[in-house]
Design a protein. Sequence first.
Length: 210
Amino acid sequence: MATEPPIKRVVSFFDGQNLFHHAREAFGIQYPNYDPWKLVEHICNSHGWAQNEIYFYTGIPSAIDKPFWNHFWTAKMAVMGTRGIKTFSRELRYRNQAITLANGNTTSTLVGQEKGIDVRIALDIVRYALENKYDVALVFSQDQDLSEAVTDIKKISTLHNRWIKVACAFPFSPASPKTRGINGTDWIKIDRTIYQACIDPNDYRPKPSK
C-alpha cells in the first residue's frame, strides 16, 4: 500500500463556467464573483494541505456575440494571471435551442456551448499526476465527464505505488439541484459562509457608458 505523504501537495483545477452556474443555483449570485485563490487557500488551510499551482479554464463569448461577458472574463483572467493562476480559455460556440414556455408554446434561443474545456481539464489532471506534480487534485466542478480522469488517477496511483487523492469542491445549499460531486472523488461542500468569505473584491463587469 502506498504511503500517505505527511505534507500533501495540491494542484487545483477550476471549471469557471461550471462553478459559476452551480453557485448561482445554490446562492443566487448574478455573476462569477468568486476568487479562485481565496477558495483554494480556504480549503487547503482547513485540510492542512500545501497549496501549489492553480489552473483555471473557461469558455468565453466573442466580443461580437456578447461584448459584456467577453470584457468581464478577459479582465478577470488578466488579474488572475498577475496572481500566478494559469488560465485557459476557448471561444464559446452558439446554437439555437428550442425551449418550452409556460403557456406551452415553444421558442428558440441562442445558447453558448463550451467545446473542449472538460477534455483539457481531464488531460491536465492526468498529465500532472504522471509528472508527479501533486498528491491531491482539487477540482472545482461537478461535471461527471471528469469521472473518467478520476479512474485514470486511481490506476496511476496503483501502477506507481503513489498515494494520490482527487477531491471535488462545489457550492452547496438547500436550493442546490445537484448535490453530488464527481464520482470517485472526495466531496468538499462550499456553503454560503465559505463562499461569501471568498468573494473577489474586484468587479470586472464593464461600467455603463454615461
